[in-house]
Design a protein around this ligand. Sequence first.
Ligand code: IPM
Ligand code: MN
Length: 352
Amino acid sequence: MSKSYKIAVIGGDGTGPEVVAEGLKVLSAVSNKFQIKFDYTNFDFGGERYKRTGETLPESAVSELKKFDAIYLGAIGHPDVKPGILEKGILLALRFALDQYINLRPVKLFPNVWTPVKDKGPEEIDFVVVRENTEGLYVGTGGYLKKGTPDEVATQVSINTRKGVERCLRYAFEYTRKRNKRKQLTLVGKTNVLTYAFDLWERAFHEVGQKDFPDIKREYAHVDATCMWFVKNPEWFDVVVTDNLFGDIITDLGAMIQGGMGIAAGGNINPEGVSMFEPIGGSAPKYTGKNVINPLAAIGAAQMMLETLGESKAANAIEQAIIKTVQKMPSQAAGKMGMSTTEVGDAVAGCI
Ligand code: IPM
Ligand code: MN
């Protein structure tokens, strides 16, 4: 009996729809080969819709999206819309409302992909960042006092709940165990300065680890040092767990060492609910409509979506197809791939 999944598709802004189209092309190849059915529904959320209607998300969006098995997202961010409106009103709103408390971001260098890190290759660059995705500085707590005056004050408060931190840590420990590579989980924080927030993280980390995951080795690194080590000794990492903002920052660095934004995929995961998969780069307005953007990140996001749905064989087939395709690409950067966006999609689909 063939399995069937209901997928919500949000192409979004800029190059989002172009890369999502290539992901869907690859999913169609997977569908034929593995007898998996996908039933897609498109949603027009993004900058164009906002400009037309003044609305970021309709009221029904969250309850609608909850009916799907997964969400496949392109990119959110429009050059004509003030920064923050779409990001907060759509992307973060969905992450929060769907309680996607994990942002899973693998940093994996495939053979033959160029990395700016000298003398490091696929052996050394292969780890996963588990970013907390619903708390920290992202919740928007804070405000202004005396705005616009010389005495103006602005505050932005990082919220770290024991429950929120602990569920993220538990996911990271479980993931490390399942990954079964070095069985090492590194907490990334700033315990030397953020002595409340990361004290909570650190206590929870050791309590949970000691009690329920004695088989997992616990390491700690400050976030600034982590940036150094991602470049100097990426092989030190197996699984990394950290808060929302640090996770945001270090995964851009992670994306660069794995070959760039063109190939970096991520998943916003609610292990008990509906998850959303996206390339981690932005909407790249200047490349929009030119057929030059790299769709591999979006295709990798589709792979992660299948993995999360429990379709490991199909997910693995996509990874193998990506690995074959990058062999033929001189670069992962937009416009320098030696192929167009659609040709990369064709190449991956052809390898399935
Ligand atoms: C990301 C992005 C978002 C974030 C922005 C667009 C709000 O940078 O997914 O990493 O900061 O989480
Ligand atoms: Mn980011």
